[in-house]
Design a protein around this ligand. Structure first.
Ligand code: AKG
Length: 255
């Protein structure tokens, strides 16, 4: 019988070794980019399901979390299609999370986002906004999944390498968090790539100046002691729960 975090993570396949280069990048930059995580058929399934949700939910999109004026958002995706289950419980992503957290974690939320034409710019921010008396403990790890090709022109996310080592929030130290940052790196990558990052690092969406499709997923993980962005005990539908393994339920903290 499984009864420890380590055993659940093993059962989820979070046992993959990171390369020395990935380990070094996570330490120095705070993020790593992995290509070809999503294959062609899975991508197609994601695109169709993403667009069907947008069509179906209309004005109610992302009411479970928050709406954004110039970007389409979908929240609570854990309950919105089997195609997403391989995302939030992906063994490689969980292996990277295990490395970054160095302790037990759980899913915080799974959301979708698409910067609309001439929209999508966000201030630089860290996903964890609370004080950090326990710095440098990691509370949040995020992964951005490219469903479409991401480019600087179509609003790919930017991230400032090394800022995961800073205890301050960008708004506390930068004169204007809306401006380009001299050190920023834009996550330009082909569809199917995933950027995993320590979500204390400063980052944000950029403007989609050309209007090409730019759908992404945000699969967010949090220290097991912290509160999920999307309380899975409240939101998990019986229909979703019926498909999940005990280890997946542990990862959602609904066991
Ligand atoms: O999708 C992106 O470009 C990043 C979005 C982001 O950082 C956020 O919504 O908090």
């Amino acid at each position: 019988m499984i009864n420890s975090s380590e055993q659940y993570l093993d059962a989820l396949g979070a046992t993959q070794s990171l390369t020395a280069e990935q380990t070094a990048e996570l330490e120095t930059k705070g993020y790593v980019i992995i290509h070809n995580v999503i294959d062609k058929d899975w991508l197609e399934d994601m695109r169709v399901t993403f667009d069907a949700l947008v069509e179906k939910e209309g004005d109610n999109l992302a009411v479970e979390h928050h709406q954004e004026a110039t970007a389409t958002r979908i929240a609570n995706m854990i309950n919105k299609g089997t195609v997403w289950e391989k995302v939030w419980s992906h063994p490689l992503i969980l292996s990277v999370c295990r490395h970054i957290f160095r302790g037990a974690f759980k899913v915080s939320s799974l959301n979708g986002r698409e910067a609309l034409h001439r929209g999508g710019h966000q201030p630089l921010h860290a996903d964890w906004k609370k004080p950090r008396p326990d710095f440098p403990k990691v509370h949040l790890v995020n992964s951005i999944w490219a469903i479409d090709d991401l480019s600087a022109a179509n609003g790919a996310p930017r991230i400032i390498p090394g800022t995961h080592h800073r205890p301050e929030l960008p708004e506390d130290v930068l004169a204007d968090v809306g401006l380009p940052h001299p050190d920023e790196v834009v996550f330009e990558a082909p569809a199917g790539s995933v950027m995993i990052y320590d979500a204390h690092a400063w980052h944000g969406g950029t403007n989609n100046t050309v209007g090409t499709r730019r759908r992404v997923l945000h699969s967010l993980y949090i220290d097991r002691e912290d509160a999920q962005q999307q309380d899975q005990r409240k939101w998990l539908k019986p229909e979703t729960a019926s498909r999940l393994t005990p280890a997946q339920k542990w990862l959602l903290d609904v066991l």
